[in-house]
Design a protein around this ligand. Structure first.
Ligand code: FMN
Length: 365
């Protein structure tokens, strides 16, 4: 029978993904001082057993002030690496390549966790800290006015991403993703909504921070490691990023050493900033397709990919090279197994944990 597109392997540099389904990066808000906890091991254990092609850890801060909430994971300190290495081992035991999303929250930093209400922390809260941005423009009403970075501050951030990438390698990750989406620090530079600078980091130079971070991370991880970059393809508000901007950015990122553009959207203006992109199954896949076609770089589609048939169609139709699945995997960690059965995979039990299904087939039980 013809190969099922979703179950064809994909090799990027030194890493082979056995199928095209990736766990989307999802904050768990359960870290303590940036350190992984038992919850992370439970959650990722649940995901590692599901037959995924690859997995991405949540937005992980490259500096303490780069956390979104006090519960976010961090990778600014070597002491955080043993906890992260355990998560890597959980995936490697099941043959799943695992990456980490390197992030800086920028002006959207210092929010309460969803468990504590998700609102911006008050400046007199003992957990509050100062957010950073291209310009001193608050994310929205009730949010702090961030400190505009000067040149030294920008260079420090680039250095923090490079150091975090080196730590990711030391922890054993197979690939890294730079979080350039959702209105966080990098996206706040790329978007004209939040970047009002007229110097070498604003105006026509809005992409410069994204490109320089990508270049620095590529230099840090060497030539074998795949490098993903998540971007918000459109801001979804008047005067914001358009697809023409995104194609230009993707081309520049490719030149700087990125391998895959992870095509998300919105987040630069509160509450979600995705107003004119109506959520529907696979609604962001056309963005991934345009980036792939016009910038000539691999892309990953995300957004309400809820079943195997849709996931397979996105790959088979050449809309994207990978699909990232978020909430549906939280609800159903067996998403890939179910997709294999639904799509008529000739040997779905091969995907079972530890290849146990394969062992049974050989014994013809
Ligand atoms: C609980 C939760 C946490 C998330 N955290 C992150 C994150 O850390 N980094 C990121 O880029 N996107 C994050 N997202 C967005 C997801 O990666 C994904 O793009 C989004 O949920 C749409 O995919 P889905 O419809 O399959 O869930 C998060 C989404 C959820 C539901």
């Amino acid at each position: 029978m013809a190969d099922i597109a979703l179950f064809t392997p994909l090799t990027i540099r030194g890493v082979t993904f056995r199928n095209r389904v990736m766990l989307a990066p999802m904050c768990q808000y359960r870290a303590v001082a940036g350190h992984a906890q038992r919850w992370h091991r439970s959650h990722h254990g649940r995901m590692a057993l599901g037959g995924l092609g690859g997995a991405l850890l949540e937005a992980t801060a490259v500096a303490p002030e780069g956390r979104i909430t006090p519960g976010c994971l961090g990778i600014w300190d070597d002491a955080q690496l043993p906890g992260l290495s355990e998560l890597v081992a959980i995936y490697h035991d099941e043959g799943v390549p695992v990456g980490i999303q390197l992030a800086h929250a920028g002006r959207k930093a210092a929010a309460a966790t969803p468990f504590a209400g998700a609102q911006p922390l008050a400046p007199d809260d003992p957990d509050w800290w100062q957010g950073l941005a291209p310009s001193a423009i608050a994310f929205g009403p009730g949010w702090q006015t961030p400190r505009a970075l000067d040149r030294d501050g920008i260079m420090a951030v680039i250095g923090q991403f490079a150091a975090a990438a080196r730590r990711a390698m030391a922890a054993g990750f197979d690939f890294v993703e730079i979080h350039g989406a959702h209105g966080y620090l990098i996206n706040s530079f790329t978007s004209p909504i939040s970047n009002a600078r007229s110097d070498a980091w604003g105006g026509g130079n809005r992409f410069r921070l994204a490109v320089e971070i990508t270049r620095a991370v590529r230099a840090a991880v060497g030539e074998d490691m795949p490098l993903f970059f998540r971007t918000s393809c459109v801001d979804g508000v008047d005067g914001g990023i358009t697809m023409a901007d995104t194609v230009a950015l993707a081309s520049a990122l490719k030149e700087a050493g990125a391998d895959v553009i992870d095509c998300s959207t919105g987040g630069v203006l509160g509450p979600s900033g995705v107003a004119h992109v109506a959520p529907a199954p696979g609604y962001l896949a056309p963005f991934a397709q345009q980036v792939r076609r016009e910038a000539g770089i691999a892309s990953m589609a995300v957004g309400l990919i809820m079943d195997g048939a849709l996931a397979n169609r996105i790959i088979a139709d050449g809309q994207a090279d990978l699909v990232a699945v978020g909430r549906q995997l939280l609800a159903d960690p067996a998403f890939v197994h179910r997709a294999a059965h639904e799509l008529g995979h000739p040997n779905p039990h091969r995907l079972l944990p530890q290849g146990l299904g394969f062992w049974l087939e050989r014994r013809r039980v």
